[in-house]
Design a protein around this ligand. Structure first.
Ligand code: DHB
Ligand code: MG
Length: 650
């Protein structure tokens, strides 16, 4: 598959954008007119730069408001087009995108439109260039790709073809199957963009909320499957108008973009394989069976296949000052299992829940509280760490090799977009981890030893990671593509510092659940600090018993207001004794279908806090209705801390 990207996706100047596209490895780019008009580079410079950087200039765009106009306007439009065609020959470009008229169209007549597009195609032919006609979803008269293509067929000119843009097609819910009926020679260009499903006017949706494939909710593999079956072999080019990407680090965004195409290519191949029977290439009744994999003119590269991770292998928290962390883990019922033979790390376990305390200051943390604990790494159990790692590498995940001594397990690691290190570990059917013997005697798994109150079955239930605002979408694609987690529709949780966008990523069996939170910025002392709090949740068999022993050991629980329990009673009509226990122990409660959920939170140490949960029956959520009360209490704590600092320093 030939990869492409429109310069409008990226931040920076034309030169910076082009350099980033080369680093990310695109085969070609679309030049957005504004990027050229505002550039000090001459068209000849741009042409030379593209050649030097090793990619092609595939599309010049957009040319607006051409069709469906009165005669005098047509003459002016053709003059305008002539100037652009001359510019294109200086750039060495051969295809221009013309989008359907939104502003100056006054005549709704396909015959007239076809005659006008024919005049444009004729002029393009004189300059040796081609015109790709695109139906904008909000075009005044032409807003449907099939309509645009009917016009192309009416004109029937070698220099006029169709541009298919997934956004304009999928935002309007147009059926994508008829793409297959288009003569491939007449598909001059294909643009792809994903988007979250939003109910708003389509123009604003398109101009601000497009995202890279895998970061939204469109069925892009299906769209691409039809494009491939049509026989198209040209560039598949990202055209993503997104307010965040346009102000983020250009090289990072270009790599994120490239990852999305590599993933889309694989997903398209999978869609084609899964839908082989009902496509044009399906088995003919009575004929020979269809070959397992039909070949299409467009070659689709696939990736090493990985299964969903089977569970969390460990969570790692970094802290230069480990005392507070050790205290909380001990109070929760974790056991200290010793230090590593060669590294400055400690292992704490409860059942199969493993927490590593890395005695180093968290990286990237700013001066005050730099030594304070922060989540640094997560280990996942996968079938084959080597294959999963090869896949992540092909998806351009930055590797973080871990130093290890001979006969120690070597973890394959990658940096997630929020810089959490993700390690791919060999799972084992009994839920243990091979590397624990690097910490000495695995005495806690021995028979007859006392097990902490959490019980042998304790596991990491989910991990909640705070995402920097500019890397949120990138993170969704990262976990989808590299780790096979499925994004769930995102929720917005009210907190005193703003709405927290919360996106659950999970395996289909729920063995791994990650919650990505886009935390708002909190104004403090006139400066902007991130309310950076993340947590690790552990599931136990008996939450009430766990809470009682934690209380005996002096755990600092997150204190839940009485109003919460009144509301709980109003909503669920709980048994009074049960309600009193919940309130006494600061437990939260939720119910769905025939399942129940009990949980509590610890106070925060550094940027980390812990949650203990008990799932009863088939409860499938995370206590999301309780998230606002947690945010509000944590906000109060943070403010009390800040104001007490104030009163001592002033
Ligand atoms: O939003 C627009 O105007 C616009 C312009 C060119 C395109 O290719 C497109 O998809 C949208
Ligand atoms: Mg487009």
């Amino acid at each position: 598959m030939r990869t492409g990207i429109a310069t409008v996706c990226l931040s920076g100047t034309l030169k910076e954008k082009m350099q980033a596209c080369a680093i990310a490895g695109f085969d070609g780019i679309e030049i957005f007119e504004q990027d050229l008009v505002t550039s000090p580079l001459s068209p000849e410079d741009v042409r030379k730069m593209a050649a030097d950087l090793g990619f092609t200039l595939d599309l010049y765009q957009p040319f607006r408001d051409f069709d469906s106009v009165p005669e005098d306007l047509l003459a002016a439009n053709l003059r305008r087009a002539d100037a652009k065609f001359r510019l294109m020959s200086r750039l060495g470009m051969d295809t221009m995108l013309v989008c359907s008229n939104v502003a100056t169209a006054t005549i709704d007549d396909d015959g007239l439109r076809a005659r006008q597009l024919a005049a444009l195609a004729e002029l393009a032919g004189d300059h040796g260039v081609r015109v790709a006609y695109e139906a904008l979803a909000w075009g005044k008269y032409v807003n449907d790709y099939e309509h645009a293509h009917r016009l192309v067929e009416m004109v029937d000119h070698p220099n006029l073809g169709t541009c298919l843009d997934s956004f304009h097609i999928l935002s309007r819910d147009w059926d994508t199957a008829p793409i297959e009926d288009i003569n491939a020679e007449k598909i001059f260009f294909v643009q792809v963009a994903d988007a979250p499903k939003l109910s708003m006017d389509v123009l604003s949706w398109s101009r601000h909320y497009r995202v890279f494939p895998g970061e939204g909710q469109f069925e892009l593999a299906k769209f691409m499957g039809h494009v491939v079956r049509a026989g198209y072999t040209g560039p598949v080019s990202l055209e993503v108008f997104n307010d965040v990407f346009r102000q983020s680090d250009v090289e990072r965004t270009a790599v994120d973009a490239m990852r999305s195409l590599i993933w889309l290519e694989e997903q398209s191949a999978k869609w084609l394989e899964a839908n082989a029977a009902n496509g044009a290439a399906g088995t003919v009744a009575g004929g020979p069976p269809a070959p397992a994999r039909r070949r299409y003119p467009m070659e689709l590269t696939t990736l090493p296949q990985v299964a969903e991770p089977a569970g969390f292998n460990f969570a790692e928290v970094k802290a230069a000052d480990t005392a507070a962390l050790e205290t909380v883990l001990g109070q929760l019922g974790f056991e200290f299992n010793g230090r590593h033979r060669t590294k400055d790390v400690q292992l704490w376990t409860m059942g199969h829940a493993r927490v590593i305390i890395n005695e180093q200051a968290p990286s990237g943390s700013a001066a005050p509280g730099a030594a304070a604990p922060a989540i640094a790494a997560l280990g996942f159990d996968v079938d084959s760490p080597v294959i999963a790692s090869a896949r992540a590498q092909q998806l351009k995940a930055p590797a973080v090799p871990r130093k290890s001594q001979a006969n120690e397990e070597v973890f394959q690691g990658f940096a997630a977009p929020d810089s959490t290190e993700i390690f791919l570990c060999q799972g084992s059917p009994d839920g243990t981890a091979a590397w624990i013997n690097e910490f000495g005697e695995p005495r806690w798994f021995g028979e007859g030893l006392e097990v902490p109150s959490g019980g042998r079955s304790a596991v990491i239930d989910h991990v909640n990671l705070a995402q920097p605002w500019q890397h949120f979408d990138e993170a969704v694609l990262f976990y989808t593509s590299a780790l096979a987690l499925e994004p769930q529709p995102y929720a917005e949780v009210a907190s005193p510092s703003g709405l927290v966008r919360s996106q659950v990523m999970q395996t289909s069996d729920r063995a791994v659940r990650l919650v990505l939170n886009l935390a708002p910025l909190l104004q403090q002392d006139g400066t902007r600090h991130k309310t950076y709090q993340e947590h690790i949740a552990f599931a136990v068999d008996d939450l009430v018993a766990t809470a009682r022993s934690a209380r005996e050991r002096g755990l600092n629980f997150l204190q839940i207001p009485a109003n919460y329990y009144e509301d709980l009673d109003a909503r669920f009509g709980l048994d009074p004794a049960f309600l009193a226990t919940l309130q006494e122990l600061n437990l939260l409660y939720d119910r769905d279908g025939d399942g129940e959920f009990l949980h509590f939170y610890t106070a925060t140490v550094g940027s980390v806090f812990f949650e203990m949960v008990e799932r009863r029956g088939s409860y499938d959520g995370y206590g999301a209705p309780n998230a606002p009360v947690r945010h509000a209490v944590q906000y109060d704590h943070l403010h009390q801390l800040t104001s007490s600092t104030h009163s001592t320093t002033h």
